[in-house]
Structure formats: structure tokens, C-alpha cells
Design a binder for this molecule. Sequence first.
Ligand code: NAD
Length: 463
Amino acid sequence: MYVDGTVRESQRRLTIRNPYTGSVVGSAASDSPEDVATAIASVSSYDHTLTAERRSRILRSAADELARRREEFARRIAEEAGTCVKEAGLEVDRACGNLVVASEEAMRIHGEALRITARGKDKVAMTIYEPVGVVCAITPFNRPLNQVVVKVGPAIAANNGVVVKPSEKTPLTAIAFAELLVACGLPRNMMAVVTGDPREIGDPLVTSPAIDMVTFTGSVETGERIMAKVGLKKVTMELGGNDPLIVLADANLAQAAALAAAGAFATAGQSCRGVKRILVAAEVADRFVALLTDEAQKLKLGDIFDPATDIGTLIDEEAARRVERRCAAAVRDGAILVFGGQRAGAAMAPAVLDHVSPESEIVVRETFGPVAPVLRVRDVESAIAVSNSTAYGLQAGVVTRNFEDFVRIAKGLRVGAVNLMEGPQFDSPHIPFGGVKKSGIGREGIRYAVREMSVVKTVVVPW
Ligand code: NAD
């Protein structure tokens, strides 16, 4: 683990292998519940006295330092997650952007002043945002840097201590990032990273009375398990998604196909807000599928360390086999595999599936792989009904030139965000991000996460 500004070694190790080469790229401590208690005690000793200006400067220097070390971090992400270096570089850029905005938000955590009259006297009630205390941030394997940054950035901006538990599959980037923050001036006891088997350290972490808030990103199953354990604490849950891209008959189909490919195949399809279902008006579906296939064909697979490669591997072979099985089941349900889908180890060629049934497992459950399932829909109403037919509700994208149709869809969808002329994957540090239904509770997006990681104190004064 990383605690008090140093890496503490342990005899028990998590061995990390590159999913593309299979070779060992490093190891991290497999912490015990006692180690977790040590990390929490260290972070609990942070006294919340860092000024907003200082926190802002640390976050800004971290952004600059990360940008300077872009290639090194990109390589580290590629090594442990199997992301190709081209995409891993973009992840570092996103992380820098999030840190810049966190640095700015640290300077503008404002409440409001409410003029009131009580018992015949004028008064002002001020709302003051104070740190929640110690935040426990649990992050998934996909995007092992940025998933940590979107939690740690706002936690520091809001003046909290933070204990991070990265995925046991990708702990190395998180530790490197914690070292970078401390090198940029973060107090050593403001952040710790614990690594290990979640079955051993998960419960001690989330149930600790010294943890004031749990912010979790990961699967619905794990999120539900944590919710059942956590007790009376603040919680945000960023869970899975099954996001639709809706393509109406009047759409610019080339634009729609480019958005669909970008959303379905980025990070080898391992993105919570990726395009997981493409709902296309039946009358234009043949032309759309041809254009989407052209987009899929353009993508270069192969050596993930070659900057020309567009698609990396999945996190491991088991994950790729699961996606392969779901593609085969979709075909048994009546779908046509138009392109791709071949698997080699943890790597999988981008797949285009047409005529997918809304009841197929590949679209009913969240499928974390490079698959573009096309579902043909009759009209706007059936697009809305099919979109809403799953347990998830994260984001959605719509391609149409008809604003009235867009508004009907935006009103009808039960999701956290609807993007016109963009895929569900649209992302910016300034806007709220999060889901409804089983996709989660609460909002990230730096500004919104700062609020979630704060508590309001009301101070009433005579006026
Ligand atoms: P996961 O649920 O298996 O693991 C997520 C994290 O939870 C890991 O750090 C893991 O070690 C930890 N964990 C597992 N069991 C735990 C326990 N009992 N107590 C405490 N922590 C425990 O998810 P994953 O496979 O790493 O990531 C993929 C999932 O994450 C997908 O479902 C994806 O949609 C979701 N995701 C969501 C978002 C979002 O913002 N909505 C973003 C990225 C990924």
C-alpha cells in the first residue's frame, strides 16, 4: 500500500500481467485488514487545514506534471490494462483536464446567503460547504488513471482525506499517481492507496467508522453488495450502463456510424458510457450497417505498444471469452454477425451485429467488449420503449435533424443524460455525470463531485 508518502511492501503480492503479452509488468502488495486500518488511521490524521489556494495549486501542478509525464503514464496504463498506447495517451489527457478543473473548483466552493425574518428580526442564513471528512474511493479496472482522478481530484478540492482502493487488476497506475500528487506538495497523510483482494479488504474498508463517505465506480453487483454493508454514510455509486445510440431515419448516417463506432469500440468497448446498443430506424438500417462496418474495418488491431494501433485487448482472456459467448448467443437468437468478433487470447476484433433481438443477453446485460449491436426500430416511440427496457439508465445519444423528435426522446428516456448529435460517450469535466435506475446514485463531474464530497453547514447571524 501507499501510506504516509511511502510504498509499504508486503510478502503477499498481487502479480500484474500485461493482457496482450501475458508477461509480468509489476506487482503490488496484497494488503490485509490491518493494513487497511493503518491507511485509514493515517488519512484520518489529516487536519483539513490546507487552504483552498494551496489545494488548487497542488492540483494544478499535478495536471502539469502528468502532462509532462504523458508517455510514461500512457505506457503504464497500457501495461496493466491492455489499453493501446494511443488510447492510453488520451486517457492521460482527460485526467489532466479533470485535474485542471478540480484545481479551479477548489477556489469556488461557494454557498449562499439567505435573507430571512425570524421572530420579527431580520437574519441571514449562510450555507458553508465543509469537507465530508475521509472519503473512500473504490475504482474499476477500465481507465485506471482517470477513474482515480475523477474521485481524488474533487476529494482534494473539497479538502477531504482520501483512501483509494483501485481495482486489483490495475493497482500500479493508482500508486504512481499518488506518488505524483505527494511530489506536487499534497500532504502525505491526505491520501493513501490500499491494494489487494476485495473479498479480504472490501468490508473492512467500507464499514470502518472512520470512513465518512464511499464513492464507488464499478459493476452493479459490487455496488449492491457495498450498499448492503455500508450503513449510515454518504454514498455515490457510478455503476454499469447499457447506453443506446438512437439513429432516426433523417440522420446523417455517416456521422451516426462514426459516433457509433467511436462509442462501441473505444477502450475495446470497456466503458460504462460506451455505445452498448444502436437503435436504428428500420428504413435506413441497411445503409447504416454498411457504413458502421466500414468504420469497424478501419480500426487497426495488434501490438498495443505500437502508436498506430487503435484497439487494445480486454482486461483478460476470461472477459473476452464472455463477450465471445454473448455474441454467439445473440446469433442463436437471430442476429447476423456482419463483421469481426474473432478472439485471440484477451484481444477481440470489433464486431458488428445486425438484427439483434432486444431480449438477447448481449443487450439485456451490460456487455463490456468491442461489440456494436444494431437493433432495428419502427419509430420514435419504439426507440424510447426499447431504450427504457433495461435495468440501466446512464446516458444516451441521439442522431436526428428533427428537434421535435429529439425533445420527445429526451423527455421519454429514463437516463442521467441525453446528448443530441453526440454519442452517450460524450464527456466533459464541467458537466454532471451519473445514472438513474441500476446505473447509480449521485453525480460525478468535478463540480458535482465536489458538492457530493462536502456537507453543508448553515450559520445564522443577525442582520
Ligand atoms: P467491479 O465491480 O468488479 O470492481 C470495481 C471495484 O470494486 C474494484 O476496485 C474491486 O476490487 C472492488 N470490489 C469488488 N468487490 C468489492 C467488495 N466486496 N467491497 C469493496 N470493493 C469491492 O467492476 P470492474 O469489473 O472493475 O469494472 C467494470 C464495471 O465498472 C462495469 O460494470 C462498468 O460499467 C462499471 N463502470 C462504471 C462507470 C460509471 O461511472 N458509471 C465507469 C467505469 C466503469
